[in-house]
Structure formats: C-alpha cells, structure tokens
Design a protein around this ligand. Structure first.
Ligand code: NAD
Length: 505
C-alpha cells in the first residue's frame, strides 16, 4: 500500500518506505519532523493504515517560521505580477493532476470520487481567484483632501501567517488561505489535519514544481503541540483556523492574547426550512444531498429540516423514499452515493447521538445503525432519518457530522426562524420557497451569515467570502474573496503636501 502510494504520488514528502512517515516542508526542503510520536493515517473505507503523521514539535514550528521570516524579506519586494506567475503555473499543474489528487482525497478521507473531485476543483478556484491579486491589491488615492494635500492608501503584506485546518476537505480548506496570503506578499506556515496530510504532501510537491521560492510556503505536520506553538509564536502575525468550535475558541482566545490577527471558523448546526409553496421534488433531492453528501461531514451540511405546516407530509415521505435508494460504501466505487465517516470514534459518536434522539422520544424512521450490506471493515453508517425532533433534544443542538436527517414540523415560518436563531451556531441556513417575499424576510431575519434560497449547500465561491457567525466563527474578517485581502494586509496611508519650488518651474 505504501509503495503504491509512493508510486502514485511520486512523493518526496514521505520519509520512510516501511512506515510512510510524512515529512515537513521547510525552507524548500522535505525534512523529517522532530516529533517522535505519530498518528496513523487510516483509510476510513477499510481501516487500513496508509501512513503515519508525526506530531511536530515547537522546534519544528520554529524552524518553519524562521524560514518564512527570512523569505519574507525578498518575497514582499517581489512585484505582485511576478508573485502570481507561480499561481498561474500551479493552476496548470493542478489541472493536469486532478484525477490523481481526487483518488488521494478519497483514499485518506473516504468521501466519494465525485465529492473528492469537487474538493480539488474548489482548491483550484482559490488559486484562480488569487491570480487576480494585482487588481485586488490596488490601493486608493484622493487628491485635495485639503487645499494642496493628497492622500493615498496602499495595502502592504504583514509578515508570516499560519493556517490550521480540519480533516473534512483535505485539499480545499488549506487553499482558502495560503494562495491569498502568498499573493499579497506574506509568507506562510500550514499545519494540515494530522488525519489527512497526504493530499497536502502531494499538493506541496506540485507547488514546489510550480517554482515557489524556498521559505515562502512551509508545512509542519502535527497536532495540538504544533498548533499551540503557532498560536504563541512571536513571529507569526496572524492565524487562520478551521475546525470544531471548542478548538476554534481556544485558537481565537490564545492567538489574540498573543497579539495576532485571527479568523477561526468553527462547527455548525444548519437548519433547512421548507414552505408549502416550495418545489417539493427539488427540495427533497436538495435536502438529501445537503444532509448526507460527504457523509454529512461538511460545515454546510443540512441537519434539522423544519417543514412548515402542510409542507411536512411530502418532505417526510420523499426523504424516506429517497434515502432508501442511496448506496453507502467505498468512495472509490463510482456507484457509491455516501462514503464512510472519518474514524471509528466518529462513527461511535454519531451512533450515540442517534440513540440519544430515540431516548428523548424522537421516532427513528430509518436507522442507519441497522443498515445491511455495509462493508465490514470501514466506518460506515447507513443513512438515518429521524422524525419528531424537538428543540430541547441533544441531537437538535449538537453538530452531528454524519449522514443523519432530522425532521420536524413547525406551524409557521416565524416559528422556524425563532427555532434556528436559538442555536448557538450560525453557519448556514436554507429556505425552500417560491415566494420572493418569504425569501427576503428569511434572509433578513436569520442569524447565519451564509444563506441558501432553494440551495442546499450555499458555499460562497472563492471570489466571495466564507464564514458564519456566533459560535461558528470567531474573528472579524472572513476567509477568501475580498476579505482575505483585508486579513492579509495592513493599510498604510500617506497624507502629503508638496511646496512649489519656483526656482524649477
Ligand atoms: P478539529 O477541531 O478536531 O481539528 C481541526 C484542527 O485543529 C486540526 O488541524 C487539529 O490538529 C487541531 N486540533 C484538534 N484538537 C486540538 C486541540 N485540542 N488543541 C489544538 N489543536 C487541536 O476538527 P476536525 O474534526 O478536523 O473537523 C471537523 C470540524 O470542523 C467540524 O466541527 C466542522 O463543522 C468544522 N469545519 C468548519 C468549517 C467552517 O467553515 N466553519 C469548515 C470545515 C470544517
């Protein structure tokens, strides 16, 4: 398996044939981590070990930051039109390797081949958008802000930035950050999820091939120790985080206490509201895909479906029927609709949440724990549909992160909005309707910052900005799009007056 991986990825990022320990990428070189402990990288479709992630140390982070700080001196002086040439070359390389990267994502994350292709395609869109940095980075000028005085504001890179990323989008999420940071003239340290580092290892090989100068982009493998070293490092100017809410809070509180800019994207509990005037067939398909795509392991996954009044019977019947048609299995198989969960622990956690719903009086319409014909060795759960959900239930409040659809009937749109605004999370929400007035009311009144109208996964594209509110986001400036230029630059304003020199003209 390891040799297969090595050949398929041609990876310099894997240190040792027998153990396939992934390496750090520091100062343009693949180097072994100083961490002695490792975490297994497991194929969730069959439980087999693909390799080992070393748990990097403070010293690993320090070496990466030193390289990034040194590289910043020349990188910030490199014209932005030259900086983005590397991204243009990378875009071409990524296009040539889409299928290989897709397989690698499915191998270590479990999502289906189609979903994995979407993961890498979204990463490529980030690179494409960052290629526009010469335009995005332009400043502002005003003449005569007072008599004979002009003012101009320019955006300047700040220094070394870092990102800490989750398991669920091995390719895309790290690319929410570094292309924008690097294109704006900063240098960077990435700490990918220790559970899915292989995709980034292969991507870094391609980044190296695209001609990224040494030290500009570095990668340190690891977990908690590496994260805490990043959060407290005196030479890191800002940190981007994506992951669960408790860790997002910790990252925000620690890194801001150390004087850094921070954007920390956390967990979610996403509600979908169906009005009786919705196109029901489309709503059913969209709900099913939103709640169960990527095995429910998306921060934009639908979770609780609030059907208003007469909308309920059609939604319940449609979801139950559609859920039974979905094939759960190895994501590598093109016939698979839903792949495994990331780990045994995740599987047990979701099963426990399903049991809690039954214990609290909900009705399990389809119990994925009882699903037949699931591959034995992986972390599979059949699609699960639960009705009679009430706001006080544990499963109605916690993020499930599994292929589970929760159904409830509410009397009015107002009641649905009150319920969803009562959640501690506010990442995304969707309304299904054919009424523009209802859509406007919904968008106006709901707390989540990413809203879908007849759209199940309203993910902002690379050229818009991404992030929720309340316990789904800690910080002020969101990810990618225009916001990333604000996050990665300081605005420097010069106010100037020049006196006439009559001896010259
Ligand atoms: P996680 O919080 O377990 O891990 C995320 C990162 O934090 C990893 O790199 C990990 O090494 C590090 N980490 C984990 N525990 C830590 C600790 N105690 N101290 C310091 N660092 C620690 O998240 P995950 O399980 O990898 O990802 C799933 C979560 O991510 C879900 O809650 C999901 O909603 C969220 N997510 C959010 C968004 C968003 O845009 N809001 C996007 C994707 C995923």
């Amino acid at each position: 398996m390891i040799e297969e991986l090595r050949q398929s990825t041609n990876t310099g990022g894997i240190a040792d044939k027998s153990h396939a320990v992934v390496r750090n990428y520091i100062d343009g070189k693949w180097v072994e981590s100083l961490g002695k402990e490792t975490v297994e990288i497991i194929n969730p479709a069959n439980g087999r070990v693909l390799g080992l992630t070393p748990l990097g140390t403070q010293e690993d982070v320090d070496r990466a930051v030193k390289a990034a700080r040194e590289a910043f001196k020349t990188w910030r002086e490199t014209p932005v039109i030259d900086r983005v040439q590397i991204l243009f070359r990378l875009k071409t390389l990524l296009e040539a390797h889409v299928e290989e990267l897709t397989e690698l994502i499915t191998l270590e994350n479990g999502k289906t081949i189609g979903e994995a292709r979407g993961d890498i395609r979204r990463a490529i869109q980030m690179v494409e958008t960052a290629c526009g940095m010469p335009s995005l980075l332009k400043g502002q000028v005003s003449e005569d802000i007072a008599a004979g005085i002009d003012c101009h504001a320019i955006r300047r890179p700040i220094g070394v930035f870092a990102a800490i990323t989750p398991f669920n989008f091995p390719a895309m999420v790290p690319f929410w950050f570094w292309p924008f940071a690097v294109a704006t003239g900063n240098t960077f340290v990435l700490k990918p999820s220790e559970r899915v580092p292989l995709t980034q290892v292969r991507l870094f090989e391609l980044i190296e091939k695209a001609g990224m100068p040494k030290g500009v982009l570095n990668m340190v493998q690891g977990g908690k120790e590496a994260v805490n070293a990043i959060l407290t490092h005196p030479d890191i100017a800002g940190v981007s985080f994506v992951g669960s809410t408790p860790v997002a809070k910790h990252v925000y509180q620690t890194a801001t206490a150390y004087g850094k800019r921070v954007q920390a994207l956390g967990g979610a509990k996403n509600y979908m509201v169906v009005l009786p005037d919705a196109q029901m067939d489309s709503a059913v398909r969209t709900v099913l895909d939103s709640c169960t795509g990527c095995a429910g392991q998306r921060c934009l996954a639908g979770s609780v479906i609030l059907s208003v009044a007469d909308a309920y019977p059609a939604i319940e019947a449609g979801i139950v029927q559609a859920a039974k048609q979905v094939t759960v299995g190895d994501g590598m198989n093109p016939a698979t609709g839903v792949g495994p969960l990331i780990s045994k622990a995740a599987l047990e956690r979701v099963k426990g949440l399903i049991q809690s719903a039954a214990d609290e009086g909900a009705t399990i319409l389809i119990d994925g724990r009882q699903a037949k014909d699931l591959p034995e060795d992986g972390y599979f759960l059949g699609l699960t549909v639960i009705a009679g959900i009430k706001p006080h239930m544990r499963i109605a409040q916690e993020e499930v992160f599994g292929p589970v659809i929760l159904l409830s009937q509410v009397p009015t749109l107002d009641e649905a909005i009150t319920w969803l605004n009562g959640s501690e999370y506010a990442n995304t929400t969707t309304l299904f309707t054919s009424s523009g007035a209802a859509a406007r009311k919904f968008s106006y009144e709901v707390d989540p910052s990413m809203i879908g109208i007849n759209i199940g996964v309203p993910a902002p594209m690379a050229f818009f900005s991404f992030g929720g509110s309340k316990n789904s986001f800690f910080g002020d400036i969101k990810a990618h799009g225009h916001a990333s230029v604000d996050f990665y630059t300081d605005t420097k304003v010069t106010v100037e007056r020049w006196f006439k020199d009559s001896s010259i003209w």
